[in-house]
Design a protein around this ligand. Sequence first.
Ligand code: ADP
Ligand code: MG
Length: 252
Amino acid sequence: MRQPRAILTTHRLSKEFRGFHAVDEVDLSVAEGTVHALVGPNGAGKTTLFNLLTGFLKPSGGRITFDGRDVTGQPPERIACLGVARSFQVASLFPQMTAREHVELALQSATGLGRRFWRSDKLMRRFSGRAGELLDEVGLVQLAEQPAGSLPYGRKRALELAIALALDPKLLLLDEPTAGMGLEDVDRTTSLIARVGAGRTVVMVEHNMSVVGSLADTVTVLQRGEVLAEGPYDRVKADPQVVEAYLGADVA
Ligand code: ADP
Ligand code: MG
């Protein structure tokens, strides 16, 4: 089989907070079309790395290349424009707006049309077909006309995913997609990510090892800002250093 190309790479990527190395010379290579999980103990630097990749933090050193371009130090809007979408936090949903309206608005903003047309009926009709497809893709078709504020927690996260997908991203970044979910929502979200991940590139920070095991093609384990291990889940899980650092408690 031909090796997929790396759509995202980092070279000695580093972030210091007043002399503290939160991310320390990390080399990462994310293959196009794969699901890549970032795991590691609390404080390992996962969120910081994620913020570097999306431009929310500027690196102290090293480089980031996305889709053949050096994007080091670029602002979040620029990185988003190049095709990197990140799942939004629940707090960013508008409680009174319906699920459908959220997705239509996201589709509208992806076209770059100005605020002049904001939620005009005519324009929204242009997006309603695609919005319906996206809501279907995340299993929200039946809840499309519900205000976002009334959706159960797991469905809010599914809506965030639909909003991220509206940008038709080349790379989808998911920040702990199953955090705070009960078992049923975890299962539903896992199959949802498997479905939307087909044919897309996904990088996710995830603590639930069974989710990582069933979704990730590649796992990178971070510890104290450094890459401790990287590879397929089964190999990484068996690495004695990893077991000691992190997985031991979960797997034992
Ligand atoms: P993780 O997501 O793996 O739990 P983080 O990336 O949030 O870890 O944090 C890594 C380390 O960097 C932690 O020790 C944290 O306290 C520190 N850190 C994160 N953000 C900041 C900040 N803005 N200022 C100072 N220290 C920070
Ligand atoms: Mg974190």
